[in-house]
Design a protein around this ligand. Structure first.
Ligand code: ATP
Ligand code: MG
Length: 384
């Protein structure tokens, strides 16, 4: 019996947009995720993507890779029998005879109407066969083993497990976004949530080296590598930020420094975004999590750019963010100690209700164009 991977994608997502484009992207992303397998046999038919499993394939590795391809609802590893009920019995028996179970159910799907027996009768016949041959009990609710039989197109798939994935949209079907990535817990999660909505992410990190350790940028690169499991490869802009911070120390009230840092970050990000033809920014802000994330401060910060800023975590609790971070594999890295540039030279009690007039008044005498352009000139573009 040949074995196949059968991939199912979200039907709901398809109603919203361009089906062909969605499917083509999904297939492209699946091919990229499985590129280590070399040339693969892949067939796309009626809402399913079918891949032939060769003998040397590492199914555990394939499972891990496919679970990170957004757009997939679930997939299965199936044996292909024949569209013949007697052959299905034989093949099914060979697959389950060594399995340990007391109760079972049969779940049949038949979309191949040329197959003469309807799904209910297929289930009945196979159920009786397993009961008699193996002395097992049918239990539709509390079963040890679910035997799936899909009679579709020219296949008769037999399998026992659906491997659930995250759904979402294939990366690349939405516009690309520029994510302000720190070494913290939140922004990598924000990036991943936007990947899940189909956006390819470009990253920008602001680095206060040598006031912060050199390892910072290594850690950020490592985070991008983990996030690359969802989009194959990325660009990371590494911006030297210390000089700008020192300039800010000269003009900003002490309790406003973080706000000034952030505004400078947005101005630089906006320039990078326009170079990349990107229309919106992403940050890991969550309402009220820290002093800089009150509504007043978010307003005072956002006002530095006319670009939309997407904040996918705005309504998340820290625990919820951590849960996603663990799931996507960024938590361990993010949890390591890290001194962000934003924590340099800031007082214990930063302003929580920033007054935009004060900010504009102080920035008035500041030639930020010049200093920002210099930082951009010294920015490193890293392909990861
Ligand atoms: P994170 O866990 O993402 O660091 P945070 O809870 O520490 O977030 P802040 O320090 O207020 O929150 O940062 C808010 C957002 O600003 C971050 O989520 C990130 O998008 C951006 N940001 C902060 N520091 C940097 C940096 N050094 N480089 C790029 N972006 C940054
Ligand atoms: Mg942070």
């Amino acid at each position: 019996m040949e074995q196949y991977i059968v991939i199912h994608y979200g039907e709901i997502a398809l109603k919203l947009g361009n089906r062909k484009f969605f499917e083509a992207k999904l297939i492209e992303n699946i091919r990229k995720a499985l590129k280590d397998l070399g040339e693969i046999w892949l067939k796309h038919q009626h809402g399913r993507i079918i891949i032939l499993i060769e003998e040397n394939y590492d199914l555990e590795l394939i499972r891990q890779k496919l679970q990170k391809v957004f757009g997939i609802e679930y997939f299965v590893f199936a044996h292909n029998s024949e569209q013949d009920i007697e052959q299905i019995k034989k093949d099914l028996y060979s697959l389950i005879k060594k399995k340990k179970f007391k109760t079972f159910r049969i779940t049949v799907r038949r979309s191949q109407k040329a197959f003469p027996i309807n799904s209910q009768r297929v289930a009945q016949e196979l159920g009786e066969f397993v009961m008699k041959k193996m002395k097992k009990k049918v239990d539709l609710e509390n079963f040890d083993l679910n035997i799936f039989v899909d009679i579709v197109e020219n296949f008769a798939f037999l399998y026992f497990e659906k491997i659930e994935c995250s759904g979402g949209l294939p990366v690349g079907v939405s516009e690309s976004l520029l994510c302000l990535l720190s070494g913290g817990i939140d922004s990598p999660v924000a990036a991943n949530l936007m990947q899940k909505r189909g956006a390819r992410i470009v990253y920008v990190h602001f680095d206060a080296y040598p006031a912060t350790p050199k390892e910072n940028s290594e850690k950020v690169k490592e985070l991008v590598r983990v996030l690359n499991e969802y989009q194959n490869n990325s660009k990371l802009y590494l911006v030297p930020f210390l000089e700008i911070q020192k300039e800010i120390l000269k003009i900003a009230p002490e309790d406003y420094r973080v706000i000034f840092y952030r505004r400078a970050m947005l101005r630089i990000s906006e320039k990078i975004a326009s170079k990349e033809d990107i229309l919106a920014l992403v940050t890991g802000e969550s309402l009220g999590q820290v002093a800089s994330q009150t509504v007043e401060n978010i307003k005072a910060i956002s006002e530095a750019t006319s670009m939309p800023i997407l904040r996918p975590l705005i309504g998340f609790n820290k625990e919820e963010i951590i849960e996603v971070a663990r799931k996507i594999g960024t938590f361990e890295l993010s949890a390591q100690p890290f001194t962000d540039c934003c924590s340099l030279y800031v007082p214990k009690h930063p302003v929580t209700r920033a007054d935009l007039n004060i900010i504009l008044d102080k920035e008035k005498n500041w030639d930020f164009e010049k200093i920002i352009n210099k930082a951009i000139k010294n920015t490193q573009l890293i392909k990861i």
